[in-house]
Design a protein. Structure first.
Ligand SMILES: [Ca+2]
Ligand SMILES: [Ca+2]
Length: 461
């Protein structure tokens, strides 16, 4: 303990004798006035509310390197969302805020509580930081009213398919036999229930909070959804609408202008969109590369024209938009385009999808090999003895559908395809076998997913 204290003292001396410390003397605690306000209203756990922090420098010198953090000691449940204003105060490696003598600045923040109930306070500590040493400047807190501690609300209602799109439950629209899930902040696992013959569901009683209600699949082709729900006194008789897939209104086809590009080329992509529904489509948005950050996905940032299309029933529009083939496509030997079209690109709702692939010019070749196995113990893993011998396979090029290689599995279930051009391929099996994961791809190249020694599951056909 004694040694530890000595160490701290030495550190403090070091800080105070360096240049920055000499020019920015620790501020006085009474030099900064801080006020925090939050609106009236009753909030549930996880529900956000706006907060405004006002800092005023009441002293005669500039205050710099002002930071803030939530005051867990006053209330452990308070949380502040990461917004630009909060980033200024909470990025402790950044410059912090600065206030000239007499100046004021307001920060618009977004708060929420993860625990607690009844009358609580959202509290912040404001401090001044020189290197790793903090000097308290002020505390600011605002009263917040949460749903009473220990209170419970019923979570129940009706799920319906809004066939006539009027946002209301009409006779014959209720959806029976649908599996619904509710993710509660207070439960480790989502709760599951199934709607009855009248589309009714009942999740029982729970602590008021922000939850998410979702369906991973729905009968009758209705679009699965995930919806944020604020559980409060009105949660006992919910009306939850499902919608039809947007692909029942809009069809989309697309093609690249070439089969082969060089990395860096601008590809022209031609789409044809048709309103196949009975009501006008006022507009839709493209959403691409849902996997995120695919290095060989073409660019889509010059596609504004697509987002301005409106279509009457029966009407078609053909547009051509430019896309750049990224340099890193060379690692794949292919470039891809995977897009969907929906009313809201942030919430795709069954809109039409277009998936395209083209070759990217390279002379590079590599070997690939893999195992075909029967997963007898269902662990998604090739265990000793699970490889299947004697299966005839062919490898098909995804760009043009050509068969580029054929091989028969050896005693361990292994097939080898040597010397393949970089590209994306699909395995097909012949004889009394079928692939259980026919969408598995064989990637040849130097990309992250281009490793040889892949595995795919087979079963007797
Ligand atoms: Ca309706
Ligand atoms: Ca296995």
């Amino acid at each position: 303990m004694f040694r530890h204290l000595l160490g701290l003292a030495a550190a403090a001396v070091l800080v105070l004798t360096t240049g920055q410390a000499a020019t920015a003397a620790p501020a006085q605690e009474d030099q900064l006035q801080a006020t925090l306000t939050a609106p009236d209203g009753t909030y549930v756990l996880g529900q956000t509310f706006p907060m405004r922090l006002t800092l005023t420098n009441t002293g005669g010198t500039t205050l710099s390197r002002i930071f803030a953090r939530t005051d867990y000691f006053t209330n452990p449940g308070v949380h502040v969302d990461h917004t630009p204003d909060w980033a200024v105060l909470s990025d402790y490696n950044g410059p912090g805020a600065e206030l000239q003598a007499g100046a004021s600045r307001t920060f618009d923040l977004v708060g929420s509580f993860t625990e607690g109930g009844g009358d609580v306070r959202a509290a912040l500590d404001i401090f001044h930081k020189i290197y790793n040493t903090e000097f308290p400047l002020a505390k600011a807190s605002a009263p917040v009213k949460l749903a009473p501690a220990g209170s419970k609300v019923k979570v129940a209602g009706v799920l319906y398919g809004d066939r006539n799109e009027n946002g209301a439950l009409d006779p014959g629209e209720s959806l029976a036999g649908a599996t619904l899930k509710l993710s509660l902040q207070t439960e480790p696992q989502p709760l599951t229930t199934t709607t009855d013959g009248d589309g009714r569901f009942d999740f029982g009683e729970h602590t008021p909070q922000v939850t998410s209600l979702y369906a991973e699949e729905l009968p009758g082709g209705w679009v699965p959804f995930r919806r944020e729900l604020i559980l409060n006194d009105g949660s006992g008789d919910l009306r939850i609408a499902a919608i039809r897939p947007f692909s029942e209104k809009l069809s989309a086809t697309g093609k690249f202008d070439k089969d082969t590009y060089r990395a860096g080329d601008t590809a022209q992509v031609t789409y044809t969109f048709t309103n196949i529904g009975s009501t006008p489509i006022a507009g839709f948005r493209h959403g691409c590369d849902r996997v995120g950050g695919s290095p060989n996905h073409v660019t889509t940032d010059q596609w504004g024209e697509i987002d301005r299309i409106s279509l009457n029933p029966g009407e078609s529009r053909t547009v051509t938009v430019p896309s750049v083939v990224p340099q890193r496509s060379l690692e794949y030997g292919t470039t891809v385009l995977n897009c969907d079209f929906n009313l809201d690109d942030a919430y795709p709702a069954g809109g039409p999808e277009v998936h395209l692939i083209a070759r990217v010019q390279t002379d590079a070749k590599a070997d690939t090999w893999g195992h075909l196995y029967e997963d007898r113990n269902n662990n998604n893993w090739l265990d000793p003895g699970e490889g299947v011998a004697g299966i005839s396979t062919v490898l098909v090029d995804d760009v043009d559908g050509a068969v580029v290689a054929s091989a028969v599995t050896n005693a361990e279930g292994r097939v080898d395809y040597p010397g393949l051009p970089y590209g994306r391929y699909t395995v097909r099996v012949e004889g009394p076998w079928k692939l259980l994961d026919p969408w598995d791809k064989v990637m040849v190249g130097t990309c992250n997913y281009c490793t040889p020694d892949w595995r795919t599951r087979v079963a007797a056909a």
